[in-house]
Design a protein around this ligand. Structure first.
Ligand code: ZN
Length: 235
């Protein structure tokens, strides 16, 4: 009987630890080493638009939408996607946007060897540089996942980890009006907006929402900046 209770207690502790590790791995606002940024604390009406999983065939359409509004954004690029579409990432860089690192193969970098972590990060940075991009590079973990090894490595390489505080298409996929409403009403000074505007038909609503988001936030007094420009406001 007593052994049974010890077993139950042991299992409860294990389950609690596992749940804690899981919560830590997907936290948008905390990591163990080096810290991360989901939003910058500032009084200035600055906001950063970020696009994940670049480049894709939709890249030119999104670049045209941004150019029409005179806005600079940050594109988190996947190494394997850059290899498939080197012209796509070169266009992003040539248009003056910031290019970020989103790993080589878009895997969850938790419980991975130091070699895998280094390879996923460094191959991607090399491809970003090969595309002609000379600006600062920040890192965004796929699925927002990180635990100990990845943050430790990123800190050692001086790569800031950047997440987001607004993810309109996660809550309202496929609904351009709701995506726009959520982004515009949720934006605060220093907000980092994550949009998945670069996939195919499934992301058409994001692209449709983009001009309205930009126009509304501009008329509310916001200026769109790159992630690194936003990070430079950090106190
Ligand atoms: Zn991603």
């Amino acid at each position: 009987m007593k052994r049974g209770w010890i077993l139950v207690a042991g299992l409860a502790v294990l389950a609690g630890t596992a749940a804690g590790v899981y919560r830590l791995s997907k936290s948008r606002t905390f990591q163990i080493f080096g810290g991360l940024t989901s939003r910058v604390e500032t009084d200035k009406k600055l906001v950063a638009l970020t696009f994940d999983d670049a480049p894709t065939p939709a890249t030119p359409e999104v670049l045209a939408l941004l150019a029409a509004q005179g806005v600079k954004a940050t594109f988190y690029c996947i190494g394997s996607a850059m290899e498939r579409d080197p012209a796509g990432v070169a266009r992003i860089a040539a248009a003056g946007h910031e290019v970020g690192n989103h790993t080589y193969s878009h895997i969850r970098l938790v419980f991975k060897t130091p070699y895998t972590i280094a390879s996923e990060v460094e191959r991607t940075t090399a491809l970003i540089r090969a595309a002609g991009y000379k600006g600062p590079v920040t890192f965004r973990p796929p699925y927002g996942k990180k635990l100990v090894g990845l943050p430790y490595y990123l800190r050692s390489r001086g790569l800031p980890t950047v997440t987001w505080d607004l993810e309109p298409d996660t809550f309202y996929p496929g609904d351009a009006a709701r995506i726009e409403e959520y982004a515009v009403s949720g934006a605060r000074p220093g907000s980092i907006i994550l949009m998945h505007a670069l996939c195919g038909a499934a992301c058409a609503a994001d692209r449709a929402a983009l001009p309205g988001i930009i126009a509304s936030l501009k008329s509310a007094g916001y200026t769109f900046v790159t992630v690194t420009d936003l990070l430079s406001e950090k106190k």
